[in-house]
Design a binder for this molecule. Structure first.
Ligand SMILES: [Ca+2]
Ligand SMILES: [Ca+2]
Length: 159
């Protein structure tokens, strides 16, 4: 009974006061409503997408500067590059955000020279390319770190 009350209390606080993220996920006060998981393992883009979905989330989508700035601040700390939920798998040269299937609008953060579809083709987007916090297209089969994104506790646990 006591633990039930505690759980109820915690969820109530999460919902009414601030958003709560599952253990291991990060949030930032400047971006209410979002939780982010920065992976410690490296997988292909498709595998990363599947893993994020298994957490009821998706590959992170820095659709605007505030989200991207936060992701950059975190990835610059680790020095790693991470898969994002952005690709031109459907149509070469047309990059779409995975969940909305909409294109890049006013904000983008490509590193100069990318996207370049280099080598045998690059259709999946990484951030923090060469440790400069910028986006680059890469080979979807590369094994890379990834960032998952979910909405707060309602999106992550209930819905
Ligand atoms: Ca491409
Ligand atoms: Ca490239």
């Amino acid at each position: 009974m006591a633990s039930f009350v505690m759980k109820f209390l915690l969820i109530s606080i999460c919902v009414t006061v601030i958003t709560c993220c599952a253990p291991g996920w990060k949030k930032t006060s400047s971006l209410s409503g979002w939780c982010f998981l920065f992976s410690h393992n490296q997988v292909t883009w498709a595998e990363a997408e599947e893993i994020c979905r298994s957490f009821e989330g998706y590959l992170a989508e820095p659709i605007n500067k505030p989200i991207d700035d936060y992701l950059i601040s975190e990835t610059l700390k680790t020095g790693r590059k991470y898969w994002l939920g952005l690709s031109d798998l459907e149509q070469e040269g047309t990059f779409l955000w995975t969940t909305s299937q909409t294109g890049i609008t006013s904000y983008n953060n490509w590193i100069p020279g990318d996207p370049n579809n280099a080598n045998s083709g690059e259709d999946c987007v990484l951030n923090n390319w060469t440790h400069r916090g910028k986006w680059a297209d890469g080979d979807c089969e590369w094994k890379e770190y990834y960032i998952c994104q979910t909405e707060d506790i309602d999106g992550g646990i209930v819905g």
